[in-house]
Design a protein around this ligand. Structure first.
Ligand code: PHE
Length: 349
């Protein structure tokens, strides 16, 4: 019987070393070690042995079994290694191939204008601040001297979410927020750009548009005057639209400024002679501005006897249109890549 076992072992080891595929290796495993395998059947025949021979044969079978198992395992590992090697060879990366080009967007013209305005005002010592687009009636109107039922509210027909909350109709709401946050502690010099909403929608108006707001408040003895407002707006408009622009202040009305002005800029298309853009007047209305109303100061934590200043506001979309000679406001909202991608070049001019 010993001989038979050794024969099985030799044959098994031969078979294993002859195997060339992982699949056949499994067949060999079954053939020798499986339930119906050759070694198992030797064990089954042990009944006919003498009792003293049984342990000797038993341990020999176990030894051989182990040896065969080892050999199979070693072969398996060899196959795995080969497989990995093959994979590594097949899947090499050619680093000299050009990469996939990542498409880069360009900055929206309105965002360009915002950044330019912020840079300019930061250079003059202003803070850039922001406020919520979902605003309360209190900050959008009441704290700006527009109590409930005030007729000037009609010009800003609005999207109310609840009775108290609405989409802000003007960035002026941030004036009140900034004043309340500072309450006479520091002078205010702030600029705020952002989205605003009104219930209007025609060729020259959109339900959503951009505004930029400026507010300067200081102690009375510093004497922040209309002359400062005029000088500031002149720098603003000349930098943004063109050096040769002239400014014209027309008396107007805003509930939160007194006196109030509408500021026109000489038409940059015809130079003031009169054309279709300026409707033959030579002027284009650009800004609203004025001296902060004493009641607004008072309502928002500033004593009007001791403090004073100016405020101004303007539409960002119109500024972008003027700056880049965009003929139709709707281009700003339709996300047409052919339009938007042109503004990459504008920076270099
Ligand atoms: N908020 C005003 C508007 O939307 C503009 C404005 C701002 C006027 C600041 C005066 C001072 O029409």
């Amino acid at each position: 019987m010993k001989e038979q076992i050794n024969k099985i072992k030799e044959q098994a080891l031969k078979d294993i070393s002859a195997v060339e595929e992982i699949k056949t290796l499994n067949d060999v495993k079954v053939k020798y070690l499986g339930k119906k395998g050759e070694l198992t059947s030797v064990l089954r025949g042990m009944g006919s042995l003498l009792p003293e021979e049984r342990p000797i044969i038993g341990s020999l079978v176990n030894e051989v079994r182990e040896e065969i198992e080892q050999a199979i395992k070693a072969k398996e590992e060899k196959f795995q290694e080969m497989e990995l090697q093959e994979k590594l060879e097949k899947e090499t990366i050619d680093i000299t191939l050009p990469g996939t080009k990542i498409k880069r967007g360009s900055k929206h013209p309105v965002n360009r204008v915002i950044e330019e305005i912020e840079d300019l005002f930061v250079s003059m010592g202003y803070d850039v601040v922001s406020g919520p687009e979902l605003e309360t009636d209190e900050f959008c109107f009441e704290r700006l001297n527009l109590p409930k039922g005030h007729p000037a509210r009609d010009m800003q027909d609005s999207f109310y979410i609840t009775k108290e909350y609405l989409l802000r109709t003007q960035t002026s709401a941030v004036q009140a927020r900034t004043m309340l946050a500072n309450t006479e502690k520091t002078p205010i010099r702030m600029i705020c750009a952002g989205k605003t909403y009104r219930r209007e929608d025609d060729a020259t108006h959109s339900h959503q548009f951009g505004q930029v707001e400026g507010l300067v408040i200081d102690k009375k003895e510093r004497n922040v005057s209309l002359a400062d407002l005029k000088g500031t707006l002149e720098i603003f408009v000349k930098k943004l639209i063109g050096k040769n622009c002239e400014l014209r202040f027309r008396p107007s009305y805003f509930p939160f400024t007194e006196p109030s002005y509408e500021v026109d800029v000489s038409c940059f298309k015809c130079g003031g002679k009169g054309c279709s853009l300026c409707k033959q007047t030579g002027w284009i209305e650009v800004l609203g501005a004025g001296i902060v109303h004493p009641h607004v100061l008072e309502m928002n934590g500033y004593n009007p006897e001791l403090y004073g200043g100016f405020a101004f506001g303007t539409g960002l979309d119109r500024l972008a249109m003027f700056k880049y000679a965009i003929p139709d406001m709707r281009y700003l909202y339709t996300n047409d890549i052919r339009f938007l991608s042109q503004f990459d070049r504008k920076d270099e001019e």
